[in-house]
Design a protein around this ligand. Structure first.
Ligand code: ADP
Length: 342
């Protein structure tokens, strides 16, 4: 009687009778644990005391119990939450145990915890500095106008760092929020890039950098969220300037692609190439992770938040495009964004 019911459950599920023997297991449970065939003693099927004790407890108390079951297959660990319920169905009296895969929930929780820890750390550093300077200004530097000016300058710098961080965090959460909504308005990428290059020219010149923009002949339109694409190219060109070594150049190219091999569509390819020291290949796969920096000290010194490339990645994904990073140590790096035309 219990067998068809077990098969109808869309999770690995098994039934343990009052004599602590497995009396039934659906195909999903057998795939998970081939030992779970009928009439085996529970202790011979599962070797995890937590799970066995939850089932035993449920058999005795008739109260629902929960346990965690860790499954290891080819080095890959899957975490199951097992819900045990006492069931009396005709002659079948015992415990129904259902296994729910909670690995991804655990991982999401871990990512969230790590993210909160990172944000707290990033905010704590400038805050500690601010508190320290306030203390000094109230005490030892109270009547020293020169020191006051200098400290206020540093404090302004730390406060704008926090401001940038909060701004980037808000951008990131906004992009994540509308990740599923693909932009529809057709915008000219060349025009967007002209705006960005114009905005950044002054900063670049102040750092002895030159931005070379190879403007395309005609309009190259793609479905875009204009503000978000401005942010993408601002982040990439600004990085080229920030990390591009002294007196470098950042070259921005745009071209049309008949059919991009990965997107399998007509696309517009935008590349940002710098003449900086380049990036060691070991860092490339992690570069777009939140708060991943190659040299934290340099990033902070340049006013970086460690979120720029993570924002770029999310915006490009929202536009159904892709991003490529190529770099040669000693020569420079090229960040390429490919956006589908339709
Ligand atoms: P940040 O705010 O630190 O600049 P990003 O997410 O924009 O954060 O970049 C992450 C890290 O990638 C930077 O800290 C830097 O180490 C590295 N990086 C980014 N762009 C370049 C580049 N053009 N050349 C060399 N390193 C770069």
């Amino acid at each position: 009687m219990i067998a068809p019911l077990l098969e109808a459950i869309p999770l690995p599920a098994l039934f343990v009778s009052t004599d602590s023997r497995v009396r039934g297991a659906n195909a999903r449970a057998v795939a998970l644990q081939p030992n779970a065939s009928e009439d085996r003693a529970l202790v011979m099927v599962f070797r995890q005391p937590g799970l066995i004790s939850a089932i035993e407890k449920c058999l005795q108390s008739k109260e629902p119990q929960k346990a965690i079951y860790l499954h290891n297959e080819e080095g890959q660990e899957t975490r199951f939450e097992v819900n045990c319920s006492f069931v009396s169905l005709g002659d079948d009296i015992g415990v129904l145990a259902c296994f729910q895969d909670v690995t991804h929930v655990e991982q999401a929780g871990e990512i969230r915890r790590e993210f909160v820890a990172n944000v707290s750390h990033e905010l704590k550093t400038p805050l500690t500095a601010l508190l320290g300077f306030i203390e000094t200004l109230r005490g030892p530097a109270k009547d020293d106008p020169k020191a006051r000016e200098r400290f206020l300058g540093i404090m302004a710098g730390e406060a704008s760092r926090m401001n940038r961080l909060v701004g980037d965090l808000l951008s990131l959460s906004r992009v994540e929020e509308d990740a599923r909504m693909r932009p529809r308005t057709a915008e000219d990428v060349g025009d967007i890039l002209s705006t960005v290059v114009r905005n950044l020219n002054e900063v670049a010149q102040s750092l002895d950098h030159q931005i070379i923009f190879e403007k395309p002949d005609g309009a190259l339109k793609v479905p875009s969220d204009r503000d978000q694409l401005i942010q993408v190219f601002t982040n990439l060109i600004e990085n080229g300037v920030k990390y591009g070594g002294s007196e470098g150049t950042v070259t921005v190219r745009v071209e049309q692609v008949e059919k991009d091999a990965t997107l399998r569509k007509a696309a517009v390819r935008i590349s940002v190439t710098d003449t900086g020291p380049g990036i060691d290949p070991v860092h490339l796969p992690r570069l777009t992770e939140r708060f991943y920096r190659i040299d934290s000290h340099r990033s902070r010194e340049m006013g970086g938040t460690g979120l720029g490339l993570a924002i770029v990645k999310h915006i490009v994904a929202r536009h159904r495009g892709r991003m490529k990073i190529e770099s040669t140590l000693g020569e420079g790096s090229t960040f390429t964004v490919i956006l589908p035309k339709n």
